[in-house]
Design a protein around this ligand. Structure first.
Ligand SMILES: [Zn+2]
Ligand SMILES: [Zn+2]
Length: 81
């Protein structure tokens, strides 16, 4: 099951479960659309894999399967992979 991490790992912006701006790689490294399309060039800086839009979990499922709350941010920010 997807963790639905709460923020962009590069810039720290909030990415709530309902956000259509969230992007993830196959390992669920999580970024915002602006970082993905900008500095990252569509590639995960951690694993080199492709970043795709994170699907929205239906709201009625979130109560039973809540999104992750642990924030992970690169202190140095992101550079192009
Ligand atoms: Zn970002
Ligand atoms: Zn990755």
């Amino acid at each position: 099951m997807l963790e639905l991490r709460p923020n962009c790992e590069c810039c720290g912006v909030d990415l709530p479960a309902a956000s259509v701006a969230a992007r993830i790689c196959s390992f669920e490294c999580t970024f915002c659309a602006a970082c993905t399309d900008g500095v990252l060039g569509g590639r995960c800086p951690n694993c080199g894999g492709e970043l795709v839009r994170r699907p929205i979990r239906p709201a009625e499922k979130l109560a039973r399967f809540p999104a992750a709350t642990v924030r992970k941010v690169k202190p140095e920010g992101c550079v192009a992979a």
